[in-house]
Design a protein around this ligand. Structure first.
Ligand code: MN
Length: 375
């Protein structure tokens, strides 16, 4: 029997916007497009026979013409290389909207499972192997349970499913009906050889008696908690056996980390610690916390370190009030010392405004340091 190769991807989110990445925002949109093209190239280089896209190919039902053109370029390359594609819509790129991108006849060239309930699996034969494709693009406004329609039909062949859903045991989010909550047990009961999932953005692979269920995750980190490498799955089917392996696909890696300044000796040490986390492919959100023994000028540190990252955001959660320099400064017979004492007085009188006064304290100390004026 010949060997079949399949690539599973989902949550590519083409056309996403990244305002929170400030001056890196536009570049990040390009990263997403680049990664989509890398997925297509990987499918060609790995000589896969079929690509499964389990929803959220686009970030919205009506992406910009530029994004649509880029996606068409990639899909056209797959067609030219005789790679079959099957896809479903997700929650972001639903087909309900009257101006949905998927109303374009371009998408009719692929096995697009558009119905919210499957009437029967899509059959095709690849390399002499009969394939049965199960999947739905459910209607998030008129929710009906699609699972009964996705149960394996007992015929010989390879049975593959696509679903954009959330597994109920997931502690990271509260599941709503539009997220199509499913139980892992009921998903295994479908008895599909491989079920390609989308919606949850971090990688997961479940296996039970030769059946596989997997979230390949987003192909590029959309938020800071989608850290590190991102994957597509490459699935090989040979001699009635499936092998699933993950394949890193991202352009850039997200990083979200806290640094406890209690463990850092001085500013130089902090800069070294930050730079160690950097890299030209790293987009980082680093939170500075704890009570340091030295004064923190996060703007200045950011300026020094940002060149070592693709993007760096420093969040200053330092407890200025508990840190040693404040204890010293408040005793100074200087304008700076007076400023600190005045703010501390205000804080005592209005403890409900502590956060505001603490921010003012940080700003003020930054001002004094810039001027180098401690008189
Ligand atoms: Mn998604």
């Amino acid at each position: 029997m010949s060997k079949l190769k399949i690539l599973h991807t989902a949550d590519i989110h083409l056309g996403s916007k990244f305002l929170f990445l400030e001056d890196y925002a536009e570049q990040r949109e390009q990263d997403f497009i680049k990664t989509f093209h890398r997925i297509c190239l990987t499918a060609i280089e790995q000589k896969v026979d079929l690509v499964l896209i389990a929803g959220d190919l686009f970030d919205s039902p009506h992406p910009t013409p530029f994004v649509v053109e880029e996606s068409k370029k990639g899909f056209t390359k797959l067609l030219q290389n005789n790679i079959e594609v099957t896809l479903i819509a997700g929650t972001h790129d639903d087909i309900i909207a009257s101006d949905s991108v998927y109303h374009d006849p371009f998408w009719n060239q692929f096995h697009f499972l558009k119905e919210p309930i499957l009437s029967k699996p899509k059959e095709l034969t690849l390399k002499g192997i009969p394939l049965y494709l199960y999947g739905v693009s459910y209607n998030t406004l008129d929710f009906k349970d699609p699972l009964p329609s996705m149960r394996r039909v007992e015929v010989k062949g390879l049975h593959l499913g696509l679903l954009h859903c959330s597994i109920k045991d997931n502690p990271e989010w509260s599941v709503m009906a539009k997220d199509l909550p499913c139980d892992i047990k009921e998903l295994f009961e479908l008895k599909l050889d491989y079920l390609a999932l989308g919606h949850y953005h971090n990688y997961r692979l479940y296996e039970e008696t030769g059946c596989f269920i997997s979230y390949c995750g987003s192909s590029e980190g959309k938020r800071f908690h989608e850290i590190d490498e991102r994957f597509v799955n490459i699935i090989e089917f040979e001699n009635d056996k499936l092998i699933v392996r993950k394949h890193a696909i991202q352009s850039k890696k997200m990083l979200s980390q806290n640094i406890d300044l209690t463990t850092i000796s001085d500013e130089k040490h902090l800069i070294q610690t930050l730079n160690k986390l950097g890299g030209e492919d790293i987009l980082a959100l680093i939170t500075l916390e704890g009570s340091p023994d030295f004064q923190i000028y996060s703007d200045k540190i950011h300026e020094t370190c940002k060149k070592n990252f693709a993007y760096l955001k420093l969040k200053d959660n330092v407890h200025v009030l508990k840190s040693l320099p404040i204890e010293l400064i408040e005793k100074e017979d200087t304008v700076r010392g007076l400023f600190v004492r005045k703010l501390q007085d205000k804080m005592k009188k209005e403890p409900e405004k502590e956060k505001i006064y603490e921010a003012a304290l940080k700003e003020g100390l930054l001002y004094f340091s810039k001027d180098n004026n401690v008189l």
